[in-house]
Design a protein around this ligand. Sequence first.
Ligand SMILES: Cc1cc2nc3c(=O)[nH]c(=O)nc-3n(C[C@H](O)[C@H](O)[C@H](O)COP(=O)(O)OP(=O)(O)OC[C@H]3O[C@@H](n4cnc5c(N)ncnc54)[C@H](O)[C@@H]3O)c2cc1C
Length: 369
Amino acid sequence: MTKFFSAEQEQFRQKVRAFIDQQLRPRSTAWEDGGEFPRSVLLECAQQGLFQSDPWRNGIVAEELPRCESLGFALSFLVQSNLIIPLLEDFGTDQQKATYVPAVRSGKMMGAMAVTEPASGSDFAALQCRADISGDNLILHGEKTYITNAAFADFLIVAVRIPELTEEGLTLVLVPAQSNGVTIARLRTLGLSASGTGRIRFDGCVVKRGQVLGSAGEGFGQVQRALNRERLFGGLACVAWADYGMQKALAFARERSVFGNTINQFQVIRHEFADISLTQLPYFFSLDRGRVRHPSDLHDEALQLPGGAAGHHAVSPDSWRPRVQGRLLDEPLLSRRAGTHHRGRNAGGHEGNDRGLHAGVERSRGGIL
Ligand SMILES: Cc1cc2nc3c(=O)[nH]c(=O)nc-3n(C[C@H](O)[C@H](O)[C@H](O)COP(=O)(O)OP(=O)(O)OC[C@H]3O[C@@H](n4cnc5c(N)ncnc54)[C@H](O)[C@@H]3O)c2cc1C
């Protein structure tokens, strides 16, 4: 039992961890290399109870999932469990729920949420995709991009304008991915390969008016609500991923021997681990470790995408990553390790918070290293 979790919840964590360590991680390199994972993996996850409605258990799944070491798969899964299912459950008609929810929860179907457009990301209000009414049908035109799971999805939840129904608002429409008039093109990404990111075109795609999710004109609030939830659980996964990365780096540092010492004995390396463990990881909210900062900070910091999605296609492997995760996984251990920045720090004293850093080194003597 911990500060947050009951003994029963801890047992659930151990069960999820064992499944991920034994069944997912050994296969995940192939998923990232090949750009997809077998659909049967979702069935296995469902059988192991990874699709959870209970928020605590859902938090545990989010924290354990990065241990599979395929962030692409983790993202795909989290989109199902924290965007697609809640959108359907919260806003779907009885018939929509009956058609989609059990199928997604059991891992038999996959959905994608298609909101972002080439000219509308943060600027949600600039969205141009539209649906025209023709009798009982809606006819969709427009383009979406950066859509997670686009390449694998059986159905899409698409944000459109329906000018004939609402002048201002957006509307979410359920569209089978195989419909005529839907073209999906896979996007190459730097990392997140197994998440099936894609661009989707709608050229006169016809669906029934009954495919509107909830009420016309309410899409903005529906998407905001879904994203708030997804940010929380996605944030937990990102912090857990960073923490997991640090534990792996530590294990490596304890084993790697140069000049007669394991590298965890070197001051530069010790500073980095102390810096990360004292000034970075504790800053965030992690259920597993009982460290709490306000979750709204987590939204802002852990999930801010530097440079927007354009960066993740054009700039560097780090661009798509949440800022903190990139900072923790790459910057301290790779790019700054042998640089002059470090020599300066060791020779000429520390920049920034000296006292904190010294305290970290002290702690690392007796603790993490
Ligand atoms: C890994 C990944 C998965 C994604 N999955 C999906 C998905 O499943 N479905 C979907 O619909 N979309 C998805 N997206 C797209 C995502 O929602 C957009 O990337 C996001 O909304 C930002 O839009 P943009 O990329 O167009 O950036 P832009 O809106 O062009 O923003 C570029 C930069 O400008 C900054 N900026 C924007 N407005 C302001 C302002 N007013 N003041 C100051 N700075 C500002 C932003 O913070 C950002 O740094 C995904 C993106 C990524 C990276």
